[in-house]
Design a protein around this ligand. Structure first.
Ligand code: SAM
Ligand code: SF4
Length: 333
């Protein structure tokens, strides 16, 4: 098998797998989790440790070069340390997306496994606001852990989901933070998922975020950087900044033409697009002894050109379309 089998009908090579380790989370962020939480299902429905590792190995055989662990909160999974160590033995670049609360308990494991890139969600620099957004109280630990990661030389990106009237007034404060510290802040447009009461009046576009940068720092106060291939973000830096900031415009300006991602949910379903309801059940096939490579190839070949076929903003905004998808916490962001 060669990686050429993970090339889709539009010539996009899929070498980046995001694995959700769990649907559970120690926070309840308003943009991600429905207020009532999500229904917990029996353990057997989720991938066991050996199954996560077996499926990950198959993907690396098929050309996957990068694996990002996500969730839910990946670090609440009891065997997370073991999984990270074992994945560290594969020849892949490893990364993780976390709310940061438990990072101090795992930082040695990250180092041992060669995981050097950590994305931390932080939606506000104000503790009480973080409490309102996450319906828990993560600020002190998350912030301390961002500092810990920086001190130990990790590449740290901070993800902020920008919501109008909730935290949008802090956007330029986070940019200012990237002036004095080697932090890479990414502003993410609020995306629609099942149960998150999405409507675009709560969203703030990447364009508006940049307009606010111009207002505060001046048009020459920040500069555009060269994006890496397959980057979903448009990257910038304050002219005297140690860090950077970026906008991720999945709603107003999708980046599907260079998409190289596929996602494995915690219950072992392959999703070829974040916005698609279509799933391929790899876990059941693996348990029945089937060769899952054919299923993986089929899923990649089924991938649509843009946002699972929702190429217009109107289609994306239609509740009938996104209501049929999972909530973000169950997809794995
Ligand atoms: N628990 C981890 C965390 O919060 O980073 C990992 C999982 S979380 C689902 C992954 C990313 O998805 C986070 O950066 C989060 O901010 C983002 N996210 C969740 N819901 C979103 C939404 N409706 N729109 C945009 N981004 C969202
Ligand atoms: Fe949990 Fe992350 Fe979703 Fe927040 S964004 S509820 S931390 S999975």
């Amino acid at each position: 098998m060669t990686h050429t089998e993970l090339i889709d009908r539009f010539g996009r090579r899929h070498d980046y797998l995001r694995i959700s380790l769990t649907e559970r989370c120690n926070l309840r962020c308003v943009y991600c989790m429905p207020a009532e939480g999500i229904m917990l299902r029996p353990r057997e429905q989720f991938m066991r440790t050996d199954e996560v590792l077996a499926i990950a190995r198959i993907f690396t055989d098929m050309g996957v070069k990068k694996i990002r662990l996500t969730g839910g909160e990946p670090l609440v999974r009891k065997d997370a340390a073991h999984i990270i160590r074992e994945l560290g033995r594969l020849s892949v670049e490893m990364a993780i997306t976390t709310n940061g609360v438990l990072v101090d308990e795992y930082i040695d494991v990250f180092e041992e496994a060669g995981l050097r890139s950590v994305n931390v969600s932080l939606d506000s620099l104000r503790p009480e606001r973080m409490r309102a957004i996450s319906r828990r109280d993560p600020f002190a630990r998350t912030m301390a852990n961002i500092r810990l990661l920086q001190d130990r030389g990790f590449h740290v990106k901070v993800n902020m989901v920008v919501m109008r009237g909730v935290n949008d007034d802090e956007v330029t404060d986070l940019m200012a933070w990237s002036r004095n510290e080697p932090v890479h802040v990414r502003f993410i447009e609020f995306m629609p998922f099942d149960g998150n009461r999405w409507d675009w009046s709560k969203g703030v576009s990447g364009e508006e975020i940049l307009a606010r940068a111009t207002e505060r720092f001046g048009a020459t106060g920040y500069e555009r950087l060269t994006d890496r291939p397959n980057d979903t973000a448009r990257n910038y830096r304050l002219v005297d900044g140690q860090g950077t900031f970026a906008v991720i415009s999945s709603v107003t300006n999708p980046f599907c033409d260079t998409c190289n991602r596929i996602r494995l949910t915690a219950d072992g379903k392959l999703k070829n697009c974040l916005f698609g309801r279509h799933e391929t059940d790899l876990l059941s096939a693996l348990r029945s002894g089937a060769d899952i490579k054919e299923l993986i190839i089929g899923s990649v070949l089924n991938k649509k050109a843009v946002r699972n076929g929702m190429d217009s903003f109107e289609q994306l905004a239609d509740p009938a379309q996104h209501g049929a998808n999972r909530s973000m916490v169950a997809i794995g962001g």
